[in-house]
Design a protein around this ligand. Sequence first.
Ligand code: MLC
Ligand code: AMP
Length: 504
Amino acid sequence: MANPLFDSLFGKHAGKSQVFLHLPDGQTITYADFLRMAAQYAGALTKFGLVPGDRLAVQIAKSPQALAVYAACAQAGVIFLPLNTAYTPEEVSYFVENSGARLVLCDQSKHAGMVPVAKACGAELATMNADGSGTFADVAATMPDSFATVDRSLDDLAAFLYTSGTTGRSKGAMLTQGNLLSNAQTLVAEWQFTQDDVLLHALPIFHTHGLFVASNITLLAGGQMIFLPAFNVDQIIEHLPKATTLMGVPTFYTRLLGDKRFTKELVAHMRLFVSGSAPLLAETHVQFEKLTGLRILERYGMTETNMNTSNPYAGERRAGTVGFPLPGVELKITDSKTGETLPQGEIGEIEVRGPNVFKGYWQMPEKTAEELRPDGFFITGDLGQIDEDGYVSIVGRNKDLIISGGYNIYPKEIELLLDEEENVLESAVIGVPHPDFGETVVAILVPSPDGQPDLDAIKAHIATSLARFKHPQKMIVMPELPRNTMGKVQKKALRDQFKDLFTG
Ligand code: MLC
Ligand code: AMP
């Protein structure tokens, strides 16, 4: 018996004196130290009463300890459910309740706010702070530094990541050990990762990109990571000379290109720059190559599928495209209405199938059936096109989604709140181009016949409900929303009207 995910990513490194993590203060953590910590955490999970298949929800700062909690879940067969640290207690409450999490880990500063949330959901609550301290570590300190790895199979669930939906309700994407492991194996091979790699890690670890792409492939290859708590240009410039690879969202690259210290000499030794999670402007790709002589490798993925396509490591990395389907991943472009595959070159819905594709949405069989076909193809909601050389481009979205700095924001979630505000008859939330975040949120409000909406009061209400990155950067009052003959709000017309708000 075995535990494929734990054994392949973590277990095989037990006892190794090689450095795994470099921290900004110069401290290092070896693989052996990391695994001893993970084993103690796995013991603590058991002590808190968690059994294989239970969910652990974590809303904690990025730290080596936070990553060890992920390893501990894999070792103990517990399903890891990481949450954006920006979420409000109201948002977290939904995830805890929906997932039926048995234990919630949060920062001490959020503990008071989380007590009623955990209580209402019947979950236990423990703390883990940015420095790893807290009640969880206190329990872990009493546990042995080895743990009998729980047997799991590739089909067992390893993680839940919540993604919002066009209806405004978030869905828990169930990811199996096989989903995560197969994708990591493919990417290690495709991007030629080895134990000599040092990945400069500045992404959050509560999403696919920072957790499953960056961390899993480094672990699988047995490499090292310079583990920064967040993206910060000064720290990136300082640590780039010691790194071989960097992974980021497009905002990382536009910010670096805007800094005079980011030069050809600084990155001449770098083996690989990867971009994903949001469209990289062809202009950024070209500007990056002009400055550094290196081409960013753009790839395309999703929470539900991990990575689907990638530009080639060795061949031509084509700006404005996301490359080819990864080995083992089938990708087709279909007619959104009929589901039929379209002739090569036509624009349609991107559908993907492969070992990377998730098992479904937690306790939402209808939602799963809407997006996951019986034959295994997942309807991504992205619109794409394949050129004559096989390169895939993403040309738009069939889903009402805004991607700001790599974070997904679903307009419906914001509209539902705005529509309840006093003197708001209805609202439309759109994404408009933004020089730093790629897109940003704008809300259009239509006043009710009784009076004008109080924008300051609305802002204050939203602040208690929604994470900061979802807040509209601008609210505009209009007498009515543009509609087509069927009465459907024409968001495209609104996006066109306000496209220069932040870039003009
Ligand atoms: C922060 N803020 C944002 C924001 N990030 N606003 C809009 N969009 C964002 N992405 C706000 C904060 O609330 C704050 O508001 C202000 O900006 C500054 O906060 P900060 O913490 O200093 O932000 P900053 O460090 O500048 O962060 C920007 C960023 C970060 C781009 C570095 O957002 C980031 O790391 N994004 C990566 C997201 C990611 O990992 N996505 C992968 C998803 S997986 P105020 O008003 O209080 O000042 C996926 C699948 C795949 O999509 O294919 O990979
Ligand atoms: P998430 O739900 O956070 O996993 O976001 C997934 C979505 O991000 C995809 O459905 C795409 O719309 C978008 N995305 C990811 N990578 C890229 C990319 N390289 N180019 C354009 N969009 C991307």
